[in-house]
Design a protein around this ligand. Structure first.
Ligand SMILES: Nc1nc2c(c(=O)[nH]1)N[C@H]1C(S)=C(S)[C@@H](COP(=O)(O)O)O[C@H]1N2
Ligand SMILES: [Mo]
Length: 331
């Protein structure tokens, strides 16, 4: 998402970031089915029309890739070289996951719920479909929905048409697109995207800690206008710096701004909340003298997490929520 799109409370579909491990599969709504199986009392196959006839709800959700910020780590980890643009906010509409699982009837001994997408490819030397699991508790308690609309229209192919999982507050890898199967498992899923990818580790061969909810982050709308080659921002004098902040651990309680690269901070004003799972706008009246500055913003959430000035390196380059730094020249 180009960062100037932070101006929109709801990201227009074509400006929302995309992360696609393999190919966008060619899918058709009329022949699409979702199978719910594994350790359930009643395995079922449901069509898209049947899902659309069920209770429905809309969630406004800020979703961010766990690799956002990766390219700012040194040495730069392999994989998608995101700077800060792997985020977007959409109105997702669909049917809640919990009643579907309850109707299928989770059996005793169940440990996890596995979600399988229709896309496939080779990764880590293995042929695979994109698959991710949630604990039974997270699957039931996380307000997850099976979404078939985004911003008031059917999901576009690149965002999971015709059906995707949407788990609010979690990094994006959890929200499996092109969803074809849900399986209740008697053990923890040990597939590639769960046991190998999306873990914070210092060494390639250690087990690491799984990623789940988004750490707080705040981003500013690039102030002023850009210099074409250096991308430095040019500002003509006093201005309002604005942006958005989010966290998957709780509401945003503060955003601070620094004009000196993170030495000193002042509080920004928080805007209205869009909903419990969406980013929150903020603004700050900046009155600089002419000169060169490095603007930084940092967010804190109600769980006590604050964005760090530097973030620790890890093999996958995940969850780098170090404060944003924007060089600005004021004339
Ligand atoms: N089936 C499938 N689901 C997927 C992915 C994928 O490659 N295949 N990518 C995941 C990752 S890593 C992210 S960050 C989000 C991105 O969702 P978006 O492209 O709709 O923004 O989708 C997740 N769901
Ligand atoms: Mo991602």
């Amino acid at each position: 998402m180009p960062l100037e799109a932070l101006r929109y409370p709801i990201t227009p579909v074509g400006l929302h970031y995309l992360l696609i491990h393999y190919d966008i599969p060619l899918t058709a709504a009329d022949s699409w089915t979702l199978e719910i199986g594994g350790l359930v009392e009643q395995p079922v196959t449901v069509t898209l029309d049947e899902l659309k006839a069920r209770e429905a709800e809309e969630l406004t959700v800020t979703m961010e890739c766990a690799g956002n910020g990766r390219a700012r780590l040194e040495p730069r980890p392999e994989s998608q070289p995101w700077l800060l643009e792997a985020v977007g906010t959409a109105r997702w509409f669909g049917t809640p996951l919990r009643p579907l699982l309850e109707e299928a009837g989770i059996q005793d001994g169940a440990v996890e719920v596995l979600f399988t997408g229709a896309d496939h490819g080779r990764e880590g030397g293995m042929d695979q479909q994109f698959q991710r699991s949630l604990s039974i508790e997270d699957a039931l308690e996380s307000d997850a929905i099976l979404a078939y609309e985004m911003n008031g229209a059917p999901l576009p192919p690149q965002h999971g048409f015709p059906l995707r999982l949407l788990v609010p507050g979690w990094y994006g890898m959890t929200s499996v697109k092109w969803l074809t199967r849900i399986d209740v498992l008697a053990e923890q899923f040990s597939g590639y995207q769960q046991a190998h990818s999306y873990r914070v580790r210092q060494e390639e061969d250690e087990e690491g800690d799984p990623l789940s909810r988004m750490l707080p982050r705040s981003l500013m709308v690039p102030p002023g206008r850009p210099d074409f080659l250096t991308r430095e921002r040019i500002v003509d004098g006093p201005c309002v710096v604005e942006g958005r902040a989010w966290s998957g651990h709780g509401e945003i309680v503060a955003v601070d701004l620094s004009a000196d690269g993170g030495e000193t901070w002042e509080a920004a004003e928080l805007g209205e909340e869009l909903g419990p799972w969406a980013w929150r706008g903020w603004s700050y009246r900046w009155e600089p003298e002419p000169g060169s500055y490095e603007l930084c913003c940092r967010a804190s959430d109600s769980a006590g997490n604050e964005q760090p000035v530097e973030q620790a390196w890890n093999v996958g380059g995940y969850a780098n929520n170090a404060v944003q730094r924007v060089p600005v020249s004021v004339s």
